[in-house]
Write a new protein. Structure first.
Length: 148
């Protein structure tokens, strides 16, 4: 167990490998398998930082009604939308990885050129606008353009 009282992912995986019945695993580890929703994460982030969703939505260059649907949990973000939000929220690399995980998308992988460019931008705290310029200069798809 971690110091927060939650079982670590590694411990959960070890339990899964030892389990004879998947049904039993889910039943006995229901709480440990629960993940917060992406909208819960967004709302908590805004509360902690005293920001209103409109500010983040604008910085992420999202359509206003779509952005509010993300905050309400009535729409699910694409991977690119999560990355745009991460840049707009000035998340670091690990924060962006957590956002991608909560949105149930693949995490950034440095062997993929576009992902490496986004990782660089997150690490250097580069704005979304400047990140898009970097992607364009490298001949890579812009965030929110063609999905990868």
């Amino acid at each position: 167990m971690s110091d927060t009282g939650r079982i670590s992912t590694e411990e959960l995986l070890a339990l899964l490998f030892k389990e004879r019945s998947l049904e039993h695993f889910f039943k006995t580890n229901e709480e440990a398998c629960r993940m917060p929703s992406f909208s819960d994460y967004l709302n908590a982030w805004c509360r902690e930082r005293g920001e209103v969703p409109e500010q983040v939505i604008r910085r992420a260059n999202l359509e206003k009604s779509f952005g509010h649907q993300l905050w309400r949990g009535t729409r699910n973000p694409s991977r690119d939308t999560v990355l745009k939000l991460a840049l707009a929220m000035e998340a670091d690399f690990s924060g962006a990885q957590e956002m991608l995980r909560l949105a149930r998308h693949s995490q950034l992988y440095p062997r993929i050129r576009r992902d490496a460019a986004v990782i660089y931008c997150l690490h250097k705290h580069i704005s979304l606008v400047d990140a898009q310029i970097i992607l364009q200069d490298l001949g890579l798809p812009l965030l929110g353009g063609r999905e990868t």
